[in-house]
Write a protein that binds this ligand. Structure first.
Ligand SMILES: Cc1cc2nc3c(=O)[nH]c(=O)nc-3n(C[C@H](O)[C@H](O)[C@H](O)COP(=O)(O)OP(=O)(O)OC[C@H]3O[C@@H](n4cnc5c(N)ncnc54)[C@H](O)[C@@H]3O)c2cc1C
Length: 418
C-alpha cells in the first residue's frame, strides 16, 4: 500500500464503484505522474459496500435525459472494457433485453420516457398487450396496459468484477489506495473570502482529512480537492464538513438515505421462461431475470414496511404472489438464496448528486445514484474528473445534478426508480 501520503491533489473518500471510477478517470485524463490521487477506503474487503451487493443491471429506461446518457455511456464503457483494460478484463456481461411493464396508470409515463430515450439514441420498442403476449407467451399480461422493451445496450454483469477492473486500472495508472476511515475534516479561517449567502462568520476553508488507520492511529492528509464518494456514509461525512449543520448555504443537509433492497434467487423446475427472457420490471416495482442459462432466476424488490418479516417469509408472502401472477410457470418456485442490501438513495428527488458543494470550491460530492449507481459509475467518474481538471462538464452536462438544486429547492425527479 506504500507510505501514508501527507498531501494529495485529490483525495477521494470511498473506493467503491463511484470513487474508484473517479480515481481511474483522474489518472486517465492526466499523465501517469500528473496529479496525485489518493483513495481512502475503510474496508479493503468491500464486504459491506453497496457495489458488491448490487444486481449489476444495465438499462437506459429513465425519465431524465441525464440518466439515459449516463447509462448509455455505461454501456459504451463496458463494450470497450477489454480494449481499455486488456483481454483479462472480464465482467461476465450478459446482453439481454430490459422490459418495463406498465398498468393503465403508468402507460403514459412509458410513452413519455420512450420519446426522451429515442431522442438520445436508445433502441427500444413499445409493445401493446397483444404484442407483449405474442413475444413472451409465458407471461400473464391481463393487467398490463403497455410495455417498453429495451433492445440494445441492456443486460447485466458482475459488479465485483467491474469494481476490480476499474480499481486495478486506477492503481495501475498511479492512484494510491489507503486503508483507513475518514473521521473528520480540518478547517482554516479564510477571512479574505466573502461570498453571497454566507453569514457574518469568517469563511472556513476545508483542506485536510483526519484518517483513522486500521491500528487506531489518527493521521492527517492535506488536499487541494476532496470528493465524498462514500455511498451510504456520504451524509455523515458531509456533516463532518458542516454540510447540514452550519448556517446559510451549509444549512441544507446531504439527503442520502439507506433504501433497502432484497434479492432472491430461485429455480423454476418446470417449463421455465426461455433464454430470451428479458430483465422484467413488473409495474409493482418487483423485477426478475434469468440467472444463467438453465431455469435459475433472481428477483429483487425494495421492501415496503413489512420489514419485520424474515427474508424467507417476505419471499413467500410478498414476492411469490407477484411472480406467480406474472409468470404462471413460477407456480412451484422455492427460494434458494437471498440477500439484503441497501443503496444510497437521494431522498430529495431520487437522482444523483455530483459537483462541488456551493460553499466550498474544493469539496465535491458524487453520491446518491440510487438503484443505478453501478451502471452509471463509468460516466460519473469521467464527469467528476472533467469538473476537477477542466472546470466544467465536457461530455455529459450534469449541471442539473449539482447540490445547488437542493438549496434552491428545484428537484430533479427520476420516475423510473425501482
Ligand atoms: C441489492 C442491490 C441491487 C442493486 N442493483 C443495481 C443494478 O442492477 N444496477 C445498478 O446500476 N445499480 C444497482 N444498485 C445500486 C449500486 O450498487 C450503487 O448505486 C453503487 O454501487 C454505489 O456505489 P458507491 O461507490 O457510491 O457506494 P459503495 O459501493 O457503497 O462504496 C462506498 C465506499 O465508501 C467506503 N466508505 C464509507 N465511509 C467511509 C469513510 N468514512 N472513510 C473511508 N471509506 C469510507 C465504504 O467502505 C465503501 O466501500 C443496487 C444496489 C443494491 C443494494
Amino acid at each position: 500500500m506504500g507510505v501514508f501520503p501527507r498531501h494529495a491533489d485529490v483525495v477521494i473518500i470511498g473506493g467503491g464503484a463511484i470513487g474508484s471510477s473517479i480515481a481511474y478517470w483522474l489518472k486517465e485524463k492526466t499523465s501517469k505522474e500528473g496529479i496525485r490521487v489518493v483513495v481512502i477506503e475503510k474496508d479493503m474487503t468491500y464486504s459491506k459496500c453497496t457495489t458488491l451487493l448490487s444486481a449489476g443491471g444495465l438499462h437506459q429506461q429513465f425519465s431524465l435525459p441525464e440518466n439515459v446518457q449516463l447509462s448509455l455511456y455505461g454501456a459504451e464503457f463496458l463494450r470497450t472494457l477489454k480494449k481499455r483494460f486488456g483481454p483479462g478484463a472480464d465482467i461476465q456481461y450478459c446482453p439481454q433485453g430490459h422490459l418495463i411493464l406498465a398498468d393503465e396508470e403508468g402507460a403514459q409515463r412509458i410513452i413519455d420516457n420512450n420519446f426522451i430515450e429515442r431522442e438520445l439514441g436508445v433502441i427500444n420498442q413499445i409493445l401493446t398487450k397483444n404484442q407483449l403476449q405474442q413475444k413472451f407467451p409465458w407471461m400473464n399480461v391481463t393487467d398490463v396496459e403497455l410495455a417498453c422493451l429495451g433492445l440494445e445496450k441492456h443486460g447485466w454483469f458482475d459488479p465485483w468484477a467491474l469494481l476490480s477492473v476499474v480499481r486495478y486500472g486506477a492503481a495501475h495508472l498511479g492512484a494510491q489506495y489507503v486503508e483507513g476511515e475518514v473521521v473528520d475534516f480540518l478547517f482554516r479561517d479564510s477571512e479574505e473570502y466573502i461570498g453571497e449567502g454566507m453569514d457574518d462568520n469568517p469563511y472556513k476553508a476545508v483542506n485536510e482529512v483526519v484518517v483513522k488507520m486500521p491500528d487506531g492511529e489518527h493521521k492527517t492528509m492535506e488536499f487541494a480537492f476532496c470528493v465524498i464518494a462514500a455511498g451510504l456514509q456520504s451524509s455523515e461525512l458531509a456533516q463532518l464538513a458542516k454540510i447540514g449543520t452550519g448556517s446559510g448555504m451549509l444549512s441544507v443537509r446531504l439527503p442520502i438515505e439507506k433504501r433497502d433492497r432484497y434479492v432472491f434467487s430461485f429455480d423454476c423446475p418446470e417449463s421455465p421462461p426461455g433464454i430470451n427472457t428479458p430483465m422484467t420490471v413488473d409495474h409493482s416495482g418487483l423485477y426478475f431475470r434469468r440467472n444463467g442459462l438453465g431455469g435459475s432466476f433472481i428477483a429483487g424488490v425494495s421492501p415496503c414496511d413489512d420489514a419485520e418479516l424474515s427474508l424467507d417469509e417476505y419471499f413467500r408472502d410478498k414476492v411469490c404472489p407477484v411472480l406467480q401472477n406474472r409468470v404462471p410457470a413460477f407456480s412451484s418456485i422455492k427460494v434458494k438464496n437471498s440477500w439484503r442490501g441497501s443503496y444510497e438513495h437521494n431522498g430529495f428527488d431520487d437522482s444523483g448528486i455530483i459537483g462541488p458543494h456551493p460553499y466550498y470550491h474544493n469539496l465535491y460530492l458524487a453520491t446518491g445514484f440510487s438503484g443505478f449507481g453501478i451502471q452509471q459509475a463509468p460516466a460519473i467518474g469521467r464527469a467528476a474528473a472533467e469538473l476537477i481538471l477542466d472546470g466544467d462538464f465536457k461530455t455529459i452536462d450534469l449541471t442539473r445534478f449539482g447540490f445547488d438544486r437542493l438549496i434552491v429547492d428545484k428537484p430533479m425527479y427520476e420516475t423510473t426508480v425501482v
